[in-house]
Design a protein around this ligand. Structure first.
Ligand SMILES: *Cc1c(COP(=O)(O)O)cnc(C)c1O
Length: 359
């Protein structure tokens, strides 16, 4: 067996130890006589799995007691609609436009409410996080939306906007669990699982209690946070196996020392790559230094044919999915928690080799 180093933006690489544990429990979980996939979600065994998953989430992310953790479906993309449906009392919200996902969140919300764009980095292909002019903030907005880590462009909010009493809502799909985060600064945090939590099919929503129960009239039952909060994420069948995998990933993170250890590991990995990019004569990072993401690192040679050749070279060497998003081209290395340091070292080794041959 030869596992590759998978730099995919999502679905993404998972810790090998977790996959092995899952494999060992695949056919029979504990002494239940069945696979987790086959269990009733109403069974005692399954209830213990989802309870442990939630309690690990709370522990690992230090989630305060006045927040609920919901295990939903529909991806981060469904949250683009659920957030306005649940939070909009007055019918207006502020948006920072820092990439495709932020744009999509705004476009979906605009179906229901008035959206005010407070800043955008579209003028330079989203290669930086724009500065905020607080005088542009709507003090009476129902919420303020950001996409904290811009998966496609490789930018990250190192500083949060100061929104005062307006709940800050963040799409953290591609940075959740990558470093400690002060949950109390947010009204809602949401993430599709397939980047840094587990397999696709699960969406995690962390929502402050007072923001639950205010859905606008006509909101479908399944899109109301209250439905899921009142039913322990079991109003209907939850994505049972994805939640089980998430539990294993959280236990793995905890065993490694939690989010501060993850942050240290991720900073080390990103530094290896950024240091090389900053000194390379062939490769160039595309993001302004103070906006760089630890999770997604886009770079180019400046020559589309060379980019293509480089990606082929990587694939031949067991480094896969380095092609940049179709909207930006070039390369992108997604280096989530489960990417080992060795994977990044190998990538830089190939980059050095390729550089020597092509300059
Ligand atoms: C991947 C991604 C999405 C889309 O997630 P789905 O779960 O496919 O809907 C949204 N936002 C960000 C930041 C992402 O990285």
């Amino acid at each position: 067996m030869a596992r590759v180093y998978n730099f995919s933006a999502g679905p993404a690489t998972l810790p090998e130890e977790v996959l092995k544990t899952a494999a060992s429990e695949l056919v029979e979980y504990g002494d239940s006589g069945q696979s987790v996939m086959e269990m009733s979600h109403r069974s005692k065994e399954y209830q213990a799995i989802i309870d442990e998953c939630e309690s690990l989430f709370r522990e690992v992310m230090s989630i305060p007691d006045n927040y609920r953790v919901l295990f939903l479906q529909g991806g981060a993309s469904l949250q683009f609609a659920m957030v306005p449906l649940n939070l909009a009392k007055k019918g207006r919200a502020d948006f920072a436009i820092t990439g495709q996902w932020a744009k999509k969140a705004r476009a979906e919300a605009a179906k229901f409410i008035d959206c005010n764009v407070v800043s955008s980095s579209e003028d330079k292909t989203f290669s930086y996080i724009p500065k905020f002019d607080e005088s542009k903030f709507d003090k009476d907005a129902d919420y303020f939306h950001i996409c904290m880590n811009n998966t496609i462009y490789g930018t990250y909010f190192h500083q949060l906007p100061n929104t005062g009493d307006v709940p800050l809502v963040a799409d953290i799909s591609s940075c959740i669990l990558s470093e400690p985060i002060d949950v109390s600064k947010f009204g809602v945090l949401y993430a599709g699982a397939q980047k840094n939590i587990g397999p696709a099919g699960l969406t995690v929503v962390i929502v402050r209690e007072d923001l639950i129960g205010n859905a606008r009239e006509g909101t479908p039952t399944m899109l109301d946070y209250k439905t899921h909060a009142d039913n322990g994420s079991m109003f209907n069948t939850p994505p049972t196996y994805a939640i089980y995998m998430c539990k294993l990933v959280l236990a793995w993170i905890k065993s490694k020392g939690g989010l501060s250890a993850m942050a240290e590991h991720n900073k080390k990995k990103a530094a290896i790559l950024y240091d090389f990019l900053d000194n390379s004569k062939l490769f160039k990072g595309t993001v302004e230094k103070d906006s760089r993401s630890l999770m997604n690192v886009p770079f180019v040679t400046g020559d589309a044919d060379l980019d293509k050749k480089f990606i082929e070279r990587c694939t031949e060497n067991g480094l896969v999915n380095l092609k940049g998003h179709r909207s930006v081209g070039g390369m992108r290395a997604s280096i989530y928690n489960a990417m080992p340091i060795k994977g990044v070292e190998k990538l830089v080794e190939i980059m050095k080799e390729f550089e020597a041959e092509n300059i």
